[in-house]
Design a protein around this ligand. Sequence first.
Ligand code: CTP
Ligand code: MG
Length: 381
Amino acid sequence: MIKKTAAIIAGAGSGHRLGADLPKALVKLIDKTLVEHAVNSLAPVAQLIVVTAPAGFEDQFKSILGDQVKVITGGVLRSDSIRIALAEIGNEYEFVLVHDAARAIASTQLATNVINELASGEQAVIPALDVVDTIKEIDANGYVRNTPERANLRAVQTPQGFVKSVLAHAHASAEDATDDAALVEAIGIKVKVIAGEERALKITTKSDLARAVEILLPNIQREIRVGIGTDAHAFSADTSRKLWLAGLLWDGEIGVDGHSDGDVAAHAICDALLSAANLGDLGSNFGVSDPKYAGASGATLLTESLNKVISAGFVIENVAVQIVGNRPKIGTRRAEAISAISKALNGAVVSVSATSTDGLGFTGEGKGLSAIATALIISAK
Ligand code: CTP
Ligand code: MG
């Protein structure tokens, strides 16, 4: 016989740190409130769901959630809320999941994994993630007391699962605790830790809410911008001048005249990047008269442009540049050029192509070089 599972969704907190003017569980995440998301994720695996609401908001919770769940008034502390909810769950339920409405987008699969462990004989099961930061235990004066071994530490999530009688026993002798497993540990029950998931993040602050949107709608909400840039320089009368093009030095080729190194491909890309982010152009950013940029390499200007684009809140999706001219022949060094530009742009996806113009115009007449570039950037958040 399949054992019955009840779920408690703790939603009675005020959401002080989120700073909305309504309880956190009622805050909207895309199309639904946090508590609706949480109910939806547990509904497929729990035969009864009890939701704790802040006093005064019970009717609002009921009208949003309908008859599929039981809404009750929560307590002052989270553990009070859980204790009150537990009293609503009859003895026909073998297992209880305790979940935070704040972990609104935890997956149904995570809840299933917890229940499967209970079904295989565990009495208490919690999902958790590895910890990336080193954690310090400190004393009341703000000095480090101890540094626990990071490899042994886990960041705990919900839903947590318990054999109901075990959870009831733990809460009967209860103090306050930020998670239920701590109370179960205190009565000497072994708590099994299973793999948690990123999407079970606890929505505490506005940036957590933004992260949850990103998880639910990857890319869709992001701003995508395209930019365009061109540049042209005449070949120099000074035959000793070196040619820099697409981030490379071209031995045996005559260079172009210009304030900087005259790398038309790099400059066109810089303009495309600045244009995509609506940040003006090379001249307005790096001033042709600014001595800082006299002789600046194409790679330097690419990196500086990238930094401006990043500061404006964007990341590069890709850039493409086409070099126009009779010489040099780009094909043999295309891979090298792509790699030089990409390196200056911190690993961005880059493509380099080239064309001659059939004898027409200043490029066709061999008087100089030009380049045209596009850049696609997306907002980082
Ligand atoms: N919770 C509860 N009863 C309480 C306090 C908290 O049911 N007396 C719930 C919250 O609704 C939340 C979960 O416990 O889903 C975890 O708490 P937390 O993330 O701290 O939420 P809040 O207490 O609402 O937020 P804050 O601490 O920022 O005020
Ligand atoms: Mg709280």
